[in-house]
Design a protein around this ligand. Structure first.
Ligand SMILES: [Zn+2]
Ligand SMILES: [Zn+2]
Length: 251
C-alpha cells in the first residue's frame, strides 16, 4: 500500500517540524479553551486537574489501588488467581477521563503531539521509585511486526524513548520481540488474556541480559497478563528481576 519511502516521509516531517510550530496554535487539544504548549503535549492546566495519580494503599503486586486502610502485605484477587511473573507493577495514573481519551487518540488516531504529556505522567509517577531502586534498562512491550506495520508505531516503544534520558536508563527497544501475533485482548476475560499472551514474547537471540534488573514499560496495564508474559520471557532469557511501570492503570 505504501508508495512513499518512509525515510523520505520522516525527513519531510523533520523539515516541517519548525514550521508546524507556526501553524499549531498553543491551545489545549482536549477542551480547545485554554493555552497549552507543545512541551505540555497540548494538554492544558484545567484538563490536567481531573487526572488521578495512584497512591497507597494498593496491591503490593499489581499496584491496583484500594480505598480504605491496608496496613499489611496485601495481594488482590486478580494476583492470587494469576501467576504473575513480574515482581511488582505500578502505574502513574488511573486510566479514565482525560488520560483515557489522550491514550486512545494518541494510539489509534496517531495524535502524537500528546506524547510529551504521557511521558510526563510516566516520569511523575516513576521518578521517586527510580531514584530509590536500581534498574539496568527500560524495555517496552513489543508489538508483533504485523500490528506495528498496521499502526505504524509502537506506543510503548515511543514512551520508553521519550522518558529514557530523564529516567537515566538505557532504552532497550531491541531486547524483546513478539513472536506470536495475539488476538486483541479487549474482549477477553482475565484468564483468557493470560492464555492468549503466554508464549507471545521472546528475548532476541544473542542478547545477554543475565542477572539484569529490568523495568518493562507500557501505556496501560489492565490485568497484567501481557506485561507478565514479557516478564516471563525476560526471566527465561536470563534477567534477574523484572518490574513494570505503565502510564495508566485500568480500574
Ligand atoms: Zn484543556
Ligand atoms: Zn494485584
Amino acid at each position: 500500500m505504501r508508495k512513499f519511502p518512509l525515510q523520505l516521509v520522516s525527513r519531510a516531517a523533520q523539515w516541517c517540524e519548525p514550521l508546524l510550530g507556526l501553524f499549531f496554535p498553543n491551545v489545549c487539544q482536549l477542551c480547545q479553551k485554554e493555552p497549552a504548549t507543545k512541551e505540555e503535549g497540548y494538554v492544558g492546566e484545567g484538563c490536567r486537574q481531573g487526572v488521578k495519580f495512584i497512591r497507597e494503599p494498593m496491591c503490593d503486586r499489581c499496584g491496583l489501588p484500594f480505598d480504605g486502610a491496608i496496613t499489611q502485605h496485601f495481594e488482590c484477587s486478580n494476583c492470587k488467581e494469576l501467576d504473575l511473573a513480574f515482581k511488582w507493577a505500578r502505574s502513574s495514573v488511573a486510566a479514565k477521563g482525560t488520560v483515557l481519551e489522550v491514550i486512545h487518540r494518541y494510539k489509534y488516531n496517531r495524535e502524537l503531539w500528546f506524547e510529551p504529556y504521557l511521558a510526563q505522567l510516566w516520569l511523575l509517577g516513576a521518578r521517586e521509585t527510580l531514584a530509590g531502586e536500581a534498574f539496568d534498562a527500560l524495555v517496552p512491550v513489543p508489538l508483533h511486526p504485523h500490528k506495528q506495520r498496521e499502526r505504524e508505531f509502537n506506543q510503548a516503544e515511543r514512551i520508553v524513548r521519550a522518558v529514557a534520558e530523564e529516567a537515566g536508563l538505557p532504552a532497550r527497544v531491541d531486547l524483546l520481540e513478539r513472536v506470536i501475533p495475539t488476538r486483541t485482548q479487549t474482549k477477553l476475560d482475565r484468564k483468557e488474556r493470560a492464555a492468549n499472551v503466554k508464549k507471545a514474547f521472546s528475548v532476541c537471540k544473542g542478547l545477554d541480559i543475565k542477572g539484569q534488573r529490568i523495568l518493562v514499560v507500557d501505556d496501560v496495564l489492565t490485568t497484567g497478563a501481557t506485561t507478565s508474559a514479557c516478564a516471563q520471557a525476560l526471566l527465561e532469557g536470563g534477567a534477574g528481576e523484572v518490574c513494570v511501570w505503565t502510564v495508566a492503570r485500568g480500574l
